[in-house]
Design a protein around this ligand. Structure first.
Ligand code: RTP
Ligand code: MG
Length: 140
C-alpha cells in the first residue's frame, strides 16, 4: 500500500472542548502522521471557498457559520492509504450512524458539529492541503 497524504480539520466544536489532543491521538493511533499543523480562525471567505462544492446544499450557510464560529486546526496527514485510513477512523458524517471507536462516535455533537473533516479522494486531498499550506510548511 502506498504512503499518501490527506487533509484534516479539527472543527470548532472540538477545539472549544479542548479536544485537539484527543482527536490527534486517535489519528496517530490509526497510523497517520501529522506532517503539517496550524490553529487558525477561518474567515467567511475561506470557509465558503473551502466548501464551494456544497454551495447549493441546504446546509451550506449553517456549515460556513459553524466553521467560522471558533478556531480550527488544519492538518496534513501522511500514512498508508491515508484518505481511506482517515475516513475509517473519522466514522460516518452523522455521529448517530458512526461505528464504535471512531472519532465522531467518541466526540461529535451532531451531524454538523461532527468534530473533524477529512478529504474524500487523493485529488481533493492535494487541493485541500494546498488551500491551507505552503509546500515548505509540510515536513514529511
Ligand atoms: P467532511 O467533508 O467534513 O469530512 O464530512 P463528510 O464528507 O462526512 O460530509 P459532507 O457530506 O462532505 O458534508 C460536509 C459537512 O457538512 C456538514 N453537514 N451538515 N445539516 C446537515 O444535514 C449536514 N450534512 C452535512 C457536516 O459538518 C459535514 O461534515
Ligand atoms: Mg466531505
Amino acid at each position: 500500500m502506498a504512503v499518501t497524504r490527506t487533509f484534516s480539520i479539527i472543527k470548532p466544536d472540538a477545539t472549544r472542548r479542548n479536544l485537539t489532543g484527543g482527536v490527534t491521538k486517535m489519528l496517530e493511533e490509526a497510523g497517520l502522521r501529522v506532517v503539517a499543523s496550524k490553529r487558525i480562525q477561518m474567515t467567511k471567505e475561506q470557509a465558503e471557498g473551502f466548501y464551494a462544492v456544497h454551495k447549493e446544499r441546504p446546509f451550506f450557510n449553517d456549515l460556513v457559520s459553524f466553521m467560522i464560529s471558533g478556531p480550527v486546526v488544519v492538518q496534513a496527514l501522511e500514512g498508508e492509504d491515508a484518505v481511506k485510513r482517515n475516513r475509517d477512523v473519522m466514522g460516518a458524517t452523522n455521529p448517530a450512524d458512526a461505528a464504535e471507536g471512531t472519532i465522531r462516535k467518541t466526540y461529535a455533537e451532531s451531524i454538523e458539529a461532527n468534530s473533524v473533516h477529512g478529504s474524500d479522494s487523493d485529488e481533493n486531498a492535494a487541493i485541500e492541503i494546498a488551500y491551507f499550506f505552503k509546500p515548505e510548511e509540510i515536513v514529511g
